[in-house]
Design a protein around this ligand. Structure first.
Ligand code: NAI
Length: 481
């Protein structure tokens, strides 16, 4: 028999602190608070079970409690082993009406510094309700909950879980396979049952969305998906301005090294890379960008950044930030040729942008832990590199991720997506959708007042002249912002 606790967090005594920060965050999250006011009374998620796999931070606490106010029965995990803020997790578990002795909040399974085994255990716990049923709705960030469900169903259909090849596959894959192997041995229909009622998933990030489009293409997607990342009010704000804030926060809290005057390399000049490059320039760093896409490379060049290959600057740069969503960006060999005490960090979703496994396997390498989520790796020749958050996303591993205001925009999209999937299940096929533009514009509108921004209204004649309704949408689908 496997133990099934109602929730699992680091320490419920942290709840009071978490609650204070949640209260301050609510003030900075006007979109979510407006959603509570607008949809709270009709409770569109009443009786629905929502499972979320998304960094368990203070901001996410406000999202979770918004979903609860809309009627949802919520179970939650973090989507990264280092990103949980333990006080936020405790506050959500205790709930608004509970106490540490009598918790009455949502079922959270998350703490900062999980092992990979614990991480996937948490994901499984949150996917299964006490009666053995699964969720009606998923909120995913990076697609790990969606992945576990799909692999569970796939292997149950096949009647077996494939063998793990430690030489060819990452360690984490072995953890997933052994979890599913155990599961299949106990009950060969569990994942079919857990996924049977799912109306859909709303996915938060670029990397998770990429996985969903692949599943749509190969026909394996088991339920509809809403791509929240590609709402303009998500990727053009969270990925850009969020990272512009939190990349520096991560660097400072981990290293406190002076950034001014240093040579900083940003790998990838998409939305995240653009935010990182701007922030580093703001600190007075000399910023170099690497890109594979000529359009993004040209954007970087015309923004005044130098565009080079990693090889051009490998021995010269002081710090490297990967923001590609791709793998093998910084290899162990590259790190062996860096300047002494070069800082290496990743802000992309997964840790495979930096070859941590290769680094740890380098003969004669010595790892010195400076403090949690900050390590020095000393090569046999005596030079070392400084790695943030073991190569996992550094803004959430070493700092507290994006601030509330920008997450309000992202999470208001999440709430709208959840309502859409809950109320209009029949409108969606097993495909990936984005929210309609009028909802995207609505999310932006909800965030203007807080910043003192006053919107100009179209006059009747202007509206006719442009052929745009006074209430929007204001731009065609192909507009790029
Ligand atoms: P994006 O697709 O806009 O940008 C990635 C860029 O990397 C692209 O322009 C691409 O051409 C470039 N690239 C790909 N391979 C490369 C290579 N080998 N060398 C140099 N450049 C390369 O994606 P976005 O939205 O910027 O997201 C990047 C990653 O960050 C994703 O994994 C996403 O999920 C994650 N993310 C992380 C956040 C955080 O808070 N840490 C917030 C938002 C997104």
């Amino acid at each position: 028999t496997t133990e099934r606790p109602p929730f699992k967090v680091r320490d419920l005594a942290l709840a009071e602190w978490g609650r204070k920060e949640i209260r301050l965050a609510e003030q900075e999250m006007p979109g979510l608070m407006a959603a509570r006011r607008e949809y709270g009374p009709s409770r569109p998620l009443e009786g629905l079970k929502v499972m979320g796999s998304l960094h368990m931070t203070v901001q996410t606490a406000v999202l979770i409690e918004t979903l609860v106010d809309l009627g949802a029965d919520v179970r939650w995990v973090s989507c990264n082993i280092f990103s949980t803020q333990d006080h936020a997790a405790a506050a959500v578990a205790v709930g608004r009406d509970g106490t540490p002795d009598a918790p009455s909040g949502a079922a959270v399974f998350a703490w900062k510094g999980e092992t990979l085994e614990e991480y996937w255990w948490c994901t499984e716990q949150a996917l299964v309700w006490p009666d053995g049923s699964g969720p009606d709705l998923l909120v995913d960030d990076g697609g790990d909950a969606t992945l576990l469900l799909h692999k569970g169903v796939e292997y149950e259909n096949a009647g077996a879980v494939p063998d793990f090849d430690p030489d060819a596959e990452p360690e984490e894959w072995g953890v997933i396979l052994s979890l599913l192997r155990r599961s299949l041995a106990e009950d060969d229909r569990r994942w079919h049952r857990i996924s049977a009622d799912i109306r859909g998933v709303s996915e938060e990030t670029t990397t998770g969305v990429k996985r969903l489009y692949e599943m749509e293409k190969d026909g394996s997607l088991l339920f509809p998906a809403i791509n929240v990342n590609d709402s303009v009010t998500k990727s053009k704000f969270d990925n850009l301005y969020g990272c512009r804030h939190s990349v520096i926060d991560g660097l400072n809290r981990a290293t406190d090294v002076m950034l001014s005057g240093k040579m900083a390399v940003v790998c990838g000049y998409g939305d995240v890379g653009k935010g990182c490059a701007q922030a580093l320039r703001g600190q007075g760093a000399r910023v170099v960008v690497t890109e594979i896409d000529p359009i993004c490379a040209l954007q970087a060049a015309m923004e005044g950044f130098q565009v080079k290959t990693l090889e051009d600057v490998i021995g010269e740069a002081d710090l490297f930030i990967t923001a590609t969503g791709n793998k093998d960006i910084i290899t162990a060999d590259a790190m062996s040729r860096m300047k002494d005490k070069a800082i290496v960090a990743n802000i992309g979703h997964f840790d495979n942008e930096i070859d941590m496994a290769g680094l740890q396997r380098t003969p004669g390498i010595e790892r010195i832990n400076i403090k949690p989520q900050y390590d020095e790796f000393v090569f046999p020749d005596g030079h070392s590199v400084l790695i943030l958050a073991e190569g996992r996303l550094m803004n959430l591993g070493c700092a507290t991720g994006h601030p509330s205001f920008v997450m309000s925009a992202s999470f208001t999209n999440q709430v709208l997506a959840q309502i859409e999937l809950a109320l209009h299940t029949d409108r969606y096929e097993r495909k990936v959708y984005v929210l309609p533009k009028h909802l995207d514009e609505k999310v932006a509108r909800l965030h203007l007042d807080q910043l003192g921004a006053r919107l100009t209204e179209l006059t009747d004649t202007q509206s006719k002249y442009l052929g745009i309704p006074k209430s929007g949408p204001y731009k065609p689908e192909h507009y790029r912002y």
